[in-house]
Design a protein around this ligand. Structure first.
Ligand code: 5RP
Length: 218
């Protein structure tokens, strides 16, 4: 099975968590694109979706799925999204697609975070994947210097502007032994909008596509 086939298998399995007549929180990325395509097959059974990025919004609308503003939605039963890395404790690094801030907001509203991923995303320790941080543009150099003090090597993601008009710093070689503490510490740097550690609010369910089939881990 290719990596993309594993992503697709996990995305299809996630349909089992979608209840009729609900609004579904939808993440961003290649795994989620498979999920959106699968969601389109049951679009008449759901009320619609809340989206975490312009990219996902376009795909949802192209499938004829209504996209709601999060401010008009009180309850989201599930949020389905991918990850760049995930541990056995369900802490994640996200933001490879630069959508981390809206992803974190939609995830905060949802009762359940369902992470869909291929088996390459499962790790013992977070940090091999460079940690994305969304930063207010004028704070870029200041935040980078603060990250160096934490032991990381910051790299400006050239040419990328987020859906919120900000920039991304990718942090390499950061030792993340305590993901919740590191998430809190980076959030406290002035100029940081969001960091890609999803540990304070991790996943509730991992739907993992692997060469042995799809595993559901709770
Ligand atoms: C986007 C994300 C994605 O969920 C993450 O990058 C995984 O992407 P993919 O499903 O393409 O492997 O956080 O900001």
């Amino acid at each position: 099975m290719t990596q993309d086939e594993m992503k697709k298998a996990a995305a299809l399995k996630a349909l089992e968590f979608i209840e009729n007549d609900t609004i579904v929180g939808v993440g961003t990325g290649s795994t989620v694109n498979h999920f959106i395509d699968a969601l389109a097959t049951i679009k008449d059974k759901i009320t619609g979706a809340v989206s975490s990025s312009e990219e996902s919004t376009k795909r949802l609308i192209a499938h004829g799925i209504e996209v709601f503003d999060l401010n008009s939605v009180d309850v989201l039963d599930v949020y389905v999204d991918g990850a760049d890395e995930i541990t056995e404790h369900m802490a994640m690094i996200k933001g490879g697609g630069a959508a981390l801030t809206r992803e974190k907001i939609v995830a905060a509203v949802a009762h359940k975070f369902i992470c869909i991923a291929d088996s390459s995303k499962q790790v013992k320790l977070l940090g091999d994947f460079p940690l994305p941080i969304e930063v207010i543009p004028m704070a870029r150099s200041y935040v980078a210097r603060e990250i160096v003090k934490l032991g990381g090597d910051p790299a400006y993601r050239q040419g990328v502007v987020t859906d919120n008009g900000n920039v991304i710093i990718d942090v390499h070689n950061l030792e993340i032994l305590d993901p919740k503490a590191m998430e809190t510490r980076i959030n406290a740097i002035v100029g940081v909008v969001t960091n890609g550690l999803f540990a304070l609010r991790g996943a509730d369910i991992l739907v993992l596509g692997s060469s042995d089939g799809v595993k559901v881990i709770k």
